[in-house]
Design a protein around this ligand. Structure first.
Ligand code: ADP
Length: 492
């Protein structure tokens, strides 16, 4: 069947959201579900933006049914070259609609518009990356045939609304599965638009379904649904634990979990006096106002390096203006929600009680007093076993600690519940190898020249460790994770 064209949004900040983005997208069309709508608030102003459906179990049922029939129908039978071509068509439509997607992210979660556009513009590359690897899935060198898993449920967070959906949707669809996506209740509309664009690009109805709603209703129903063959989750560790339990309540299904983080960045002695590192250290901690699961929010510097760190980060902060996210000059927008603001304020109070706080900049006057703005800050003299070092804050707070020697640096960096990422600033490759071997983290950036910055490392697989989750992401292994190997033995 034909899908309606994706809605066009006027480039006007005050334009209302298009009606269809407030409903589910199932079987290639808009489906409205009753009940109390969820109300969205603009984090930059506190203004109500509009409501959207909490589809609950009814929407999940309809979406899983649509996804199953697409899997057994058109999508399941399509050739791999055609599948890749359709995905590339979808990527091309996303490239054309970067402005609209960024507009939605800025309004819904306060992503600075320039940054939102820059990141969303990379989305088509991610889809191309997985589409390009589809032929490699057919390799039977080990005797196994890689089958798609079937109907995959994805539950995603709000911090990078488009990117988080694409990181899941691209490999899930490229591997030949169909998808039921439950986006965050803070950012449902860009997810619905992404699915509409997929339909426009010719993906058959039911291949990519979106069920907006709350976590404990719609999300929980999706996790528990026995007709879902696999769940991919990105979000907090606590919610991840609830999803693991729900997913096993009525059936058995494999899971892919990318959860919280509290990632360290270690400056080695050979770089502590290099002024060029500090803009990078700042960005690694404070990008997206610290709302980033792999944010490097624990800084470890060699003994005597504290002053250099404070001075360098104060200077770096002047390049990161806090402002209204609709302003293209803004690099640090508000926190995404009242809830997140309250969480961060609680940690800031702990910091003031238990450590030494160094504000790096101030929230400028003239911004809405009802916006959820918080300025970046450092916390010094803080205990290794305290909440500020051990717990994920998801806000602009960076702890700074000194270490005596490499062994202590490794011990401090490794001492915590999470294992997502780490950064080493240092040219000493032997030291970096030793540190890497000593850290249970999924990915490690080693910055060997002071002004260098990490880029997208799409082709390299990694797996989160400890309470940061499990399941391989990225590269061919990350694509293959959404398939199941089937051994066929011809005997006789
Ligand atoms: P955050 O705390 O950053 O908002 P969460 O981990 O709570 O992140 O949310 C990530 C995603 O998980 C969101 O889409 C949210 O709606 C969903 N979610 C929250 N609670 C549940 C739950 N009990 N079952 C399924 N999904 C949930």
């Amino acid at each position: 069947m034909n899908s309606p064209a994706a809605v066009r949004i006027l480039p006007d900040w005050d334009a209302p959201f298009p009606e269809s983005l407030g409903h589910a997208w199932i079987h290639g069309e808009t489906r409205a579900f009753g009940g109390d709508p969820i109300v969205s608030v603009n984090p930059a102003t506190g203004d109500v933006l509009g409501g959207f459906d909490d589809g609950g179990a009814e929407a999940v049922e309809a979406a899983v049914t649509a996804a199953r029939s697409a899997f057994l129908g058109d999508w399941g039978r399509i050739g791999t070259a055609d599948r890749a071509a359709l995905l590339l068509g979808w990527a091309a439509r996303i490239a054309e609609e970067v402005e609209q997607l960024a507009w939605l992210e800025t309004l819904e979660v306060g992503r600075p518009i320039a940054d939102a556009k820059a990141l969303i513009s990379q989305g088509p590359l991610l889809i191309g990356h997985y589409a390009g690897m589809i032929p490699a899935l057919a390799d039977r060198a080990d005797g196994a045939v890689r089958r798609p898993r079937g109907v995959v449920g994805a539950i995603t967070p709000w911090n990078f609304p488009t990117a988080n959906v694409l990181i899941r949707a691209a490999p899930i669809l490229a591997a030949g599965n169909t998808l039921v996506l439950k986006p965050s209740e803070l950012s449902p509309r860009s997810a619905v638009l992404l699915a509409q664009l997929a339909s426009e690009a010719g993906l058959p109805p039911g291949v990519f379904n979106v069920v907006p709603g709350a976590g404990h209703t719609t999300g929980a129903a999706l996790a528990a649904h026995p007709g879902v063959d696999m769940i991919a989750f990105t979000g907090s560790t606590r919610t991840g634990q609830a999803i693991i339990q729900a997913s096993a309540s009525r059936s058995l299904k494999p899971l892919m979990m990318e959860c919280g983080g509290k990632s360290p960045q270690l400056v080695l002695p050979d770089m502590i006096d290099q002024a060029e590192i500090w803009p990078g250290v700042f960005a690694a901690a404070f990008w997206n106002t610290g709302q980033w699961c792999a944010a490097r929010t624990r800084l470890l510097v060699p003994k005597g390096g504290l002053d250099a760190a404070v001075e360098g980060l104060l200077a770096a902060a002047s390049d990161w203006p806090i402002g209204d996210p609709r302003d293209p000059a803004t690099r640090l927008g508000p926190l995404a929600s009242r809830n997140q603001y309250d969480v961060v304020q609680r940690f800031r109070e702990i910091a003031r009680r238990t450590g030494r706080v160094v504000p790096l900049s101030e929230v400028p006057g003239g911004l809405s007093a009802d916006g959820f703005y918080v300025a970046p800050e450092l916390v010094l003299d803080t205990a290794q076993d305290g909440a500020l070092v051990q717990q994920e804050i998801f806000g602009p707070v960076l702890t700074v600690q000194e270490y005596d020697d490499q062994d202590e640096a490794i011990r401090l960096a490794e001492d915590g519940p999470y294992g997502l990422g780490a950064t080493v600033w240092g040219a000493d490759r032997d030291a970096a190898e030793r540190i890497a071997a000593g850290l249970s983290v999924g990915s490690l950036d080693v910055i060997v020249t002071p002004a260098a910055r990490p880029g997208l490392a799409l082709g390299t697989p990694f797996e989160p460790r400890k309470q940061s989750g499990f399941g391989i992401e990225g590269g061919l292994a990350g694509l293959a994770a959404f398939t199941a190997p089937q051994a066929i033995t011809y005997v006789g």
